[in-house]
Design a protein around this ligand. Structure first.
Ligand SMILES: Nc1nc2c(c(=O)[nH]1)N[C@H]1C(S)=C(S)[C@@H](COP(=O)(O)O)O[C@H]1N2
Ligand SMILES: [Mo]
Length: 371
């Protein structure tokens, strides 16, 4: 099934190491940006992101699924392999979890040099209510054998990436898979999953960057050995070159975003506000712990002041923050925000550069003109 596409006639963009030194983006990146949209920053005002404003990321194509004939197989190191229809799964005990989800590549297109891939600026994030059943219940029914190390999740989507033809596949350790909040969900924001969000069933793994939440599930396989597929050992790694293995990408790093204040200039999105008091607000999250602090700078990060941070409404959900800015100086300003989580991690001023552009959680910057 895995085929090698490293043939000279396959078209490529970027240099040999998959990087681009220039600011100008390729048409191929624009094409990906249209397919995979981020949140509109003004959408940060909603506690729960309206489904159509939630970011989406689809590596290959949205697969065609007939819900009447679709089945989920559960096999590998289990005592009783299962083949479940959607109705079988929906008859199980259900729960709803509100959760913030962010793509690990968020912020990639702000890096220099720029890794050529889905060119996220900021806002590959959203918060939704996900309803489904615990994966643990299904694994217990199948009877996981004691030699189990990992659980592999395969999607129905198929494509070519990094010269490798593949199904989209990710695994979890058996401990992660058995955590109570790891869910198989069929609903987003009280409606059936939209095709682009994984209809009919997807995995939800709270705290993890987006790649773990496998959409369009077709199979769950319990493994005795760690999975070494493309999305694990190559794509989602923090390495300084594309060949370097680096640390695996796992939980979401601490991050904050600001709702752009005032009104936008159409072309550049530069903001214009009137002189005086300006209410700044936004959201902050981390996959590791609640947010304990958000700071705002009105001078491009030279000085910082504390914003007020709301308590987390439930685990795994972003927190809102607000700050009253005394905009008494005419002219251009660069507003910034940065968050700190309960583990003490704070967003860096300069990006964490990696060859695949993962986990760039540098401070959010917004250009504002005071009129
Ligand atoms: N089967 C499958 N699952 C997938 C993907 C994919 O391409 N195929 N993309 C992953 C990535 S990288 C992200 S960021 C999230 C995006 O989820 P969303 O589109 O519902 O926001 O889905 C993940 N699950
Ligand atoms: Mo992602």
């Amino acid at each position: 099934m895995t085929r090698d596409y490293s043939r000279p006639e396959m078209p490529r963009v970027g240099d040999a190491s998959g990087l681009e030194q220039d600011w100008r983006i390729y048409p191929e990146e624009l094409q990906l940006a249209f397919r995979n949209h981020s949140i509109l920053l003004e959408g940060l005002r909603y506690d729960r992101t309206p489904t159509g404003m939630h970011y989406t990321l689809v590596h290959y194509d949205v697969p065609e699924v007939n819900p009447g004939t679709w089945r989920l197989s559960v096999d590998g190191l289990v005592d009783r392999p299962l083949s479940l229809g959607l109705a079988d799964i929906q008859r199980r005990p259900s729960r709803t979890l509100r959760m913030t989800l962010e793509c690990a590549g968020d912020g990639r297109a702000l890096l220099r040099p720029r890794p050529v891939a889905q060119p996220w600026l900021v806002g590959a994030v959203g918060t939704a209510d996900w309803s489904g059943t615990s994966l643990r219940g299904i694994l217990e029914e199948a009877g996981v054998r004691s030699a189990a190390r990992e659980v592999l999740f395969s999607g129905l989507d198929h494509g070519i990436e990094g010269d490798v033809e593949q199904d989209y596949q990710r695994s979890l350790s058996i401990d992660e898979a058995l955590r109570e909040d790891t869910l198989l969900v069929w609903s987003m924001n009280d409606a059936p999953l939209e095709p682009q969000h994984g209809f009919p069933l997807r995995l939800i793994v709270p705290g993890w960057y987006g790649m773990a939440h496998v959409k369009w599930l077709r199979s769950i396989e319990v493994l005795a050995e760690p999975f070494t597929g493309y999305q694990h050992v190559r794509a989602y790694r923090y390495g300084q070159t594309r060949d370097e293995t680096g640390e695996p990408v796992t939980l979401m790093r601490v991050r904050s975003l600001m709702l752009p204040p005032g009104i936008p200039d159409f072309m550049t999105r530069t903001r214009v506000v009137s002189r005086g008091r300006v209410e700044l607000r936004g959201r902050a999250w981390s996959g590791r712990s609640p947010i304990v602090r958000v700071e705002v700078s009105a001078d491009a990060g030279a000085s910082w002041a504390d914003a007020e941070v709301e308590r987390q409404s439930s685990q795994h959900v972003w927190q809102s923050w607000h700050f009253e800015w005394n905009a008494d100086q005419h002219g251009m300003h660069e507003l910034c925000c940065r968050a700190t989580d309960g583990t003490g991690e704070c967003q860096p001023t300069d990006a964490n550069w990696t060859a695949r552009g993962m986990g760039n959680n540098a401070v959010h910057r917004v250009a504002v003109m005071v009129d």
